[in-house]
Design a binder for this molecule. Structure first.
Ligand code: SF4
Length: 502
């Protein structure tokens, strides 16, 4: 059954109390200036996946009564109270509503056990985390104060070992863990959390500088807004130093915030040295070894990139939760003569793309020649899981991995340009080497998150054929640009120092 989001009740919701644990400004903005929030594709996908898992988890936990009234909290509270009073052992309630001291909670699952109640919070992650315990502690505090004797507290998470074997059968996807020991020390603190959150919401917007707390434990949706309030930092902040967290903290403590001011003897590795030198000299640095390494790649050269989708609740038989499932690849093939061919695969039928992907990939990649990828850990992991599911093709698929040439470490260990900002992603590197190839000119799909959202829209039966055709074209162009980018990077960097645009 579909459950809509509850409207915010007067007073405090559990989520506001928990948001204040991350940063006092966050619940203030959520309450008073919600229009300033950014919503990323990744966040939207996480929410959708979490909702689907939450609904399925109710079936997996067993029979129970769903308390709806999502827009009428008074009725939900009254309905909960009438079901709780006189409940027999084994009674299970979903979305039971309770409030205390103006804090409202909806409990994912509440089950009558001997001498009390067991509370279960459902999370779509694969392990119990510290902030889950805080979430449960707020609920247990409200329920305890409302006269509900909580004897057991659990968190239900996704069991990543689960494999979807029979249509409609998800037994084993949900794994519950007791968290009583984790919440016990937190319970005495909850009253103070609530008081602080309430004071915060009643006052002016709190003054808080951005920092690591903006992405831990959650990506805060107000980061653009909060950064816009802060004075602009240096163009080359020491915080962008590659793997330089500890060194950057030391430098900032010494008052050095700009990479141009960092003494070269302070850097701790070659990548940092190249980065600081490049920024100080205001030009790209290409180490002399790189052109030779790239020019030495044999022909034919294959440039390969995948697009993948993952589901919390597996959609196709044989797949696991959170498995990266490839639905598309692009492959440029460069011959010694200079001729370049292009092969591609894209399945937006809504059926499992795995088998078709595997066969098309083998046909595209031939039997020999380097396969250039950017960050081979990703492509390697995808091929291994595909090989498990198409066992008759496993040897041929695994043989592709042996041919991989990873362009990412080659670039990272031999190249820097002042515009990289500490990133070696292909989207950062490409404009510094081949500025005429641009992702921002693509129509619709411009990054991996867009590609995943576009794929989900394309396989939705409600999508019109015309829109599906438009998405297909956008996905093809996007993935094709990824492999064209690698081809052009290799060609340009093989030519040496003159190739980078400083
Ligand atoms: S972006 Fe950072 S400082 Fe701003 S509200 Fe979010 S967590 Fe707080």
């Amino acid at each position: 059954m579909t459950v809509r989001k509850a409207t915010r009740p007067p007073g405090l919701s559990k989520s506001r109390v928990l948001a204040a644990r991350q940063c006092p400004r966050r619940p203030w903005l959520q309450t008073h200036r919600p229009e300033l929030a950014d919503g990323s594709d990744a966040q939207r996908m996480r929410i959708e996946g979490g909702t689907q898992f939450g609904e399925l988890a109710r079936d997996l936990l067993g029979d129970g009564t769903l308390i709806e009234h999502v827009d009428d909290l008074e009725t939900a509270l009254a309905a909960t109270r009438s079901l709780v009073d006189g409940a027999k052992t084994g009674t299970r309630l979903f979305e039971a509503a309770f409030s205390h001291d103006g804090v409202l909670v909806r409990v994912d699952a509440l089950e009558r056990v001997r001498r009390g109640w067991a509370l279960t919070e459902i999370k779509s992650s694969t392990e119990v985390k510290d902030h889950h315990a805080e979430d449960v502690a707020v609920q247990a505090w409200v329920l305890g104060e409302a006269g509900i004797d909580i004897r057991e507290s659990r968190v239900g998470v996704v069991d990543k070992r689960f494999v979807y074997r029979k249509p409609g059968r998800y037994d084993g996807l949900l794994r519950t863990e007791p968290v009583d020991d984790l919440i016990e020390p937190l319970l005495p603190e909850v009253g103070a959390w609530v008081a602080r959150a309430r004071d915060t919401l009643a006052g002016e917007m709190p003054t808080v500088a951005t920092g690591p707390h903006c992405s831990t434990p959650f990506d805060c949706p107000f980061q653009s807004y909060c950064r816009s309030l802060e004075p602009p930092g240096p163009t080359y902040p020491v915080s962008s130093l590659y793997r330089g967290g500890k060194l950057a903290a030391e430098l900032i403590a010494e008052g050095i915030t700009d990479l141009r001011k960092v003494p070269i003897d302070r850097v701790r590795n070659e990548i940092q040295r190249r980065m600081v030198e490049s920024i100080k000299k205001r030009r790209a640095i290409i180490e002399p070894a790189l052109p030779g390494l790239l020019a030495g790649l044999r022909y034919p050269r294959y440039y390969l990139d995948f697009e993948t989708i993952l589901f919390v609740v597996p959609r196709w038989l044989g797949t696991r939760p959170y498995q990266q499932i490839p639905f598309q690849f692009s492959c440029h093939i460069e011959r010694r003569t200079g001729r370049v061919d292009h092969r591609e695969f894209l399945d937006i039928s809504g059926n499992s793309p795995i088998d078709g992907f595997a066969r098309a990939l083998l046909a595209a990649c031939g039997n020999s020649g380097p396969i250039v990828v950017y960050n081979k850990a990703f492509e390697t992991g995808v091929i291994k899981t595909v090989a498990e599911q198409v066992p008759e093709l496993m040897p041929a698929l695994l043989a592709l991995i042996d041919r991989f040439v990873d362009l990412l470490p080659l670039v990272r260990n031999h190249y820097y340009h002042p515009d990289l900002g500490g990133s070696f992603s292909i989207k950062a590197v490409l404009p510094t080497v081949v500025p005429e190839l641009r992702y921002d000119l693509l129509d619709g799909v411009q990054h991996g998150g867009d590609a995943q959202m576009a794929y989900l829209e394309a396989i939705d039966p409600a999508t019109t054929p015309a829109r599906r055709a438009e998405i297909e074209r956008q996905l093809q162009r996007y993935c094709q640009l990824d492999t064209e980018a690698m081809l052009r990077l290799v060609q340009a960097l093989s030519a040496g120092p003159a190739s980078a645009h400083a």
